[in-house]
Design a protein around this ligand. Structure first.
Ligand SMILES: [Zn+2]
Length: 92
């Protein structure tokens, strides 16, 4: 009986594939760490038979500034960063 073997064998962890970045708030200068899950946070788009992935995020600092920092990333089909854009702050 393989009951114990089954009980204690750990299921494989899904591989994390995160893209992390840092931005600085334009208003208060706070540095905010952002993260994009390259599996779940991307939406695919097609341009001339080529596949691209886009991700948009809105970040807000933890201080009482309430400035919204909007970032947008463009990745190639193999998840290489091609382009990035930011409003309300800057990449650092
Ligand atoms: Zn701020």
């Amino acid at each position: 009986m393989n009951f114990f073997k089954k009980l204690f064998s750990s299921s494989p962890q899904p591989q994390r594939n995160d893209f992390t970045f840092k931005v600085k708030c334009k208003r208060c200068g706070e540095e905010i760490q952002g993260r994009i899950d390259l599996v779940n946070d991307l939406s695919a788009e097609y341009e001339d038979d080529n596949e691209f992935y886009y991700s948009r995020k809105v970040l807000m600092g933890e201080k009482r500034c309430f400035q919204r920092i909007e970032v947008q990333f463009k990745f190639s089909a193999n998840k290489t960063l091609l382009d990035k854009d930011i409003f309300g702050g800057e990449f650092i």
